[in-house]
Design a protein around this ligand. Structure first.
Ligand code: 5AD
Ligand code: SF4
Length: 470
């Protein structure tokens, strides 16, 4: 094969599955049914990784529980993107002292982005002796082997060395839902935005082969999934590491050609390489949802440069214009960081004005969180947390107002939505999504879950739409 990226040989995955069988024999001796719990933090990529962890655990004979006292194996899949996520993980892992005391045979594993950072792995080693196993995102494919070492050698195992990463096909998956599915198309990130820890913990960009992605998409459609989200840290650079010239737009088209009634979504696009070809493909492919999540991070050219984003405000706005010309009803969402080091009041005003100009359907806003080892963490930052909080509150207010106005414009409209679950509330017992991904609450028969239906939007607020089945 002419591909350059590192792959894990299929025999290696087969060996991991043999280990799963050995672990099952050990755990299920005398008819016991071991229980596992997988606790996931962070982004959709982590959700997708947890489906692999559950796939392996199911092959080890485990059932699943959300009760940490009942679990024989606990895996915490961590996030490192902001300090807040790390604090939550450490707090919850600390609380597992009680469960392990009550059940000394319990095995506690930590994996994912947080523990791929050297200083965090060290901290776990020193201060969290209840943790038996630590492994980074690159070692996920050999989780069974690592777990078996813990079980047979009765020692703590740490596997989170520096690594560019590889691609492993054929890991068993246990998916969470029956309507929506994650489909990883690539791993890692090469962008090195100055605030972001991801490139350090998830390694270099590497794409799955188009035929592997298409085969998995076909399986999903055959299994009845109606909403498939293609995942990557930056899907727009899909294929750049492969020979054969298939880019992300081509991949969408390949999946669009699979017969069946389903939606294709994707996350996340970097504005640096969102091309007109991509927007044209989205417009032309009837199964591609008319939604793009295009994180702008800041509206100030000065800050965008300091962030190493490789686009400016004008380029970003031109992309939005191109996309909207091709897809007038396109839903656009974004991520914004408030309080990047040295962000002045003027810089922040530029962000506000950009948001007014674009009028996002929804915005995900974050206060800048310094990350160990990133360039931004060493930059001068004269503004206080209180200054940043004030800006954050102003941005939230703006975001809520615009979302509310956008949602109000849906009232009275008739639209096709995909019913995706139950809400647990009596009045509006079902949840659904519009083609653009907006949340709709409905009242109806739970048997509709998994179906596309027509609704009329009757009411709305900042966060959701309310509809009546036609
Ligand atoms: N501080 C705050 N927000 C961050 N993000 C990434 N790194 C940081 C950080 N250090 C945000 C970005 C990104 C989203 C997933 O998280 O907005 O798009
Ligand atoms: Fe968290 Fe980012 Fe890692 Fe996802 S990729 S788990 S958001 S650090």
């Amino acid at each position: 094969m002419a591909y350059t990226r590192q792959t894990i040989a299929p025999e290696e995955i087969a060996r991991q599955e043999e280990i799963c069988a050995r672990i099952a024999a050990r755990l299920c001796a005398d008819g016991a049914r071991p229980l596992a719990m997988v606790d996931t933090y962070g982004c959709q990529q982590n959700e997708a990784d947890s489906e692999k962890l559950r796939g392996y655990l199911a092959e080890m004979g485990c059932g699943f529980t959300s009760d940490e006292f009942a679990a024989d194996i606990i895996v915490v899949n961590t996030c490192a993107v902001r300090e807040h996520a790390e604090m939550r993980v450490l707090g919850n892992v600390g609380a597992l002292n009680h469960t392990k005391k009550a059940k000394p045979s319990q095995i506690i594993a930590l994996c994912g982005c947080m523990v791929q950072q050297e200083h965090m792995a060290e901290k776990i080693k020193k201060s969290y002796p209840i943790v038996d196993l630590v492994f980074g995102p690159h070692e996920l494919w050999r989780f069974p082997e690592l777990l078996e070492t813990v079980m047979t050698r009765h020692k703590r195992v740490f596997a989170a060395d520096k690594n560019d990463g590889a691609v492993a096909e054929g890991i068993p998956l246990r998916r969470d839902g029956a309507v929506k599915a994650w489909l990883s198309i690539m791993y890692g990130c090469n962008n090195f935005c100055t605030y972001c820890v991801v490139p350090y913990v998830r390694g270099r960009e590497r794409s799955r082969l188009p035929e592997d992605v298409a085969a998995e998409a076909k399986e999903l459609v055959a299994a009845g999934y109606k909403d498939i989200t293609l995942l990557g840290q930056n899907v727009n650079s899909y294929g750049k590491d492969l020979e054969g010239g298939v880019d992300f737009a081509d991949l969408i088209r390949m999946i669009n050609d699979i017969p069946g009634d389903f939606l294709i979504r994707f996350m996340t696009s970097h504005p640096r390489d969102a091309t007109e070809k991509l927007f044209r493909t989205m417009a032309e492919c009837e199964k591609c949802a008319k939604h793009i999540h295009l994180p702008v991070q800041s509206g100030s050219d000065r800050i965008l440069k300091l962030m190493n984003r490789h686009y400016d405000r004008a380029k970003y706005l031109a992309e939005i214009e191109t996309a909207r010309n091709l897809m007038p009803d396109l839903v656009i969402t974004t991520d914004i960081i408030v309080g990047f080091p040295g962000e002045t009041e003027e810089d922040f005003e530029e962000t506000l004005s950009l948001c007014e100009e674009v009028r996002y359907d929804a915005m995900f806003t974050f206060i800048y969180s310094p990350r160990v080892g990133t360039p931004a963490a060493k930059m001068d930052d004269p503004f206080t947390r209180a200054d940043k909080q004030k800006r954050f509150d102003r941005l939230t207010e703006l975001s809520n107002r615009i979302s509310g106005e956008k949602h109000a414009a849906y009232e009275g409209k008739r639209m096709r939505v995909l019913v995706d679950g139950e809400t647990g509330k009596a009045e509006y017992n079902l949840s659904a999504r519009t083609n653009g991904g907006r949340l709709v609450h409905l009242r109806g028969d739970p048997a509709l879950i998994g179906q596309f239906i027509e609704v009329t939007i009757t009411a709305s607020n900042t966060w959701a739409l309310y509809g009546k089945i036609v």
